[in-house]
Design a protein around this ligand. Structure first.
Ligand code: EZ4
Ligand code: CO
Length: 405
């Protein structure tokens, strides 16, 4: 099964997605997701100009060797552009191997550890009342776990509060430049515990709740928030701090029993190695699409399992249905799977461009048995939705200081 062609598609059927298609001399086709939100075209060039020429003629079955070739062989290891490009290729190769074997990818990983995949949704609002009404709607839909975000009084357009709107939050800007959002840590810290207090008063303790700080606090501020949230028993607090310094999590840990989750911007196992082995975190949120594909995610899950860290892959709408399907295969296999972030694919035209094997029902995702990853990509339909340059917002303090995000 020799690689005969590698094609890269960039489309915007609601969101920008980079889709990798590998063709082989025996007529099979494998699909991978290589979408890096806001920096998509750098990954496209990396694959088209630098990776594709090296892989033509190679045996598509040699997934591990190709992964090592692209990681070690480039000399320039790690980094989001490289690892998203490797991910796109790696996911497509697993898809091919599954199709060649006539088996779903989870079977190649070792089979099912569970029948269905628990997910958490997002409840958002401009006020606590709005957020709690949204939470109520998700509980009615059967969600067992929900992330709560709410606009902070005095801070317009806080992260996550636009999720109900069609364009989520990055494509909201009418200019095609990064939107800017204000930040104030004091206002934030004074407000968030009340959101969770009211949520528990209204809905009790059966529904599991999380919150995403989006890396805006310092370690000691994060420790204070995590401690103040203890009475509300979060499933986890996500991205409490930026994590260039992995040891910072130990400081938070020493102050609180609120479980900690991090990893959506990680691109290799090295980014989380100390966090896992020191048991400073409870959930690892790295994503197949940004973290070197299925080959790398399997390795991360296995390391995490030794230290009682569970997997909770990043599942935003800027990961394509191919990336989500890759997660579903990993999640249904991983003995230490925790929970998957999932807020749906936004209906048409997404579902026409990507036909995927996932069904949401009552708080769980179900994965259909199909060979490979199980996604079909309609190139003709996709070509009707050209790429639109778009950016994530940036965050500034009132005095103009650029802030973490
Ligand atoms: O900001 O996917 O947990 N989810 C998140 C996401 C990320 C975006 C970045 O592209 O934090 O909404
Ligand atoms: Co997040």
């Amino acid at each position: 099964m020799k690689i005969s062609e590698i094609k890269v598609f960039v489309n915007c059927p609601g969101r920008n997605f980079v889709t990798v298609k590998i063709e082989t001399d025996n007529g099979l086709v494998g699909l991978g997701d290589a979408t890096l939100n806001g920096r998509e075209l750098a990954v496209v060039a990396y694959i088209e100009k630098h990776i594709a020429p090296c892989l033509i003629g190679k045996d598509a079955h040699q997934i591990e060797d190709i992964w090592q070739y692209l990681y070690k062989g480039a000399y320039w290891r790690k980094g989001p552009i490289t690892m998203t490009a490797i991910a796109g290729i790696d996911i497509a190769l697993w898809d091919l191997k599954g199709k060649a074997a006539g088996l779903p990818v989870y079977q190649l990983l070792g089979g099912k550890s569970r029948a269905k995949i628990k997910v958490y949704g997002h409840a958002n609002g401009n006020t606590i009342e709005e957020t709690l009404n949204h939470l109520g709607q998700l509980i009615d839909l059967g969600y067992k776990a929900v992330r709560l975000q709410c606009a902070i009084p005095g801070l317009e357009g806080t992260y996550g509060t636009l999720a109900g709107k069609k364009d989520y939050y990055e494509l909201q800007s009418s200019r095609s430049l990064p939107p800017e959002q204000p930040w104030d840590t004091t206002k934030y810290l004074n407000f968030i515990p009340t959101l969770f207090q009211k949520a528990r008063e209204k809905y009790g303790y059966d529904i599991e709740l999380t919150h995403d700080v989006h890396s805006r606090l310092t370690p000691i501020e994060a420790a204070r928030l995590a401690k103040e949230l203890e009475p509300y028993r979060l499933l986890f607090l996500e991205d409490a701090i930026p994590s260039e310094n992995q040891a910072d999590f130990t400081l938070i840990r020493q102050h609180t029993i609120t479980p900690l989750a991090v990893g959506e911007v990680y691109n290799t196992i090295w980014d989380s190695k100390e966090l896992i082995t020191s048991q400073a975190i409870d959930y690892l949120r790295s994503a197949a699409t940004h973290s070197g594909g299925i080959t790398s995610m399997r390795r991360q899950a296995d390391l995490a399992s030794l230290y009682k860290v569970r997997t909770a892959p990043h599942g935003p709408p800027d990961i394509s249905p191919i990336g989500h399907a890759a997660h579903a295969h990993l999640n249904i296999w991983a003995p230490n799977f925790g929970i998957q972030e999932f807020i749906g694919f936004g209906g048409e035209p997404m579902n026409q461009v990507f036909r995927h094997p996932l069904t949401f029902e009552a708080g769980y995702l179900y994965l259909d048995d199909q060979p490979g990853i199980g996604v079909e990509f309609d190139e003709v339909e996709a070509s009707r939705y050209p790429y639109k340059r778009s950016y994530l917002p940036v965050s500034r303090l009132e005095d103009g200081t650029l802030w973490d995000w």
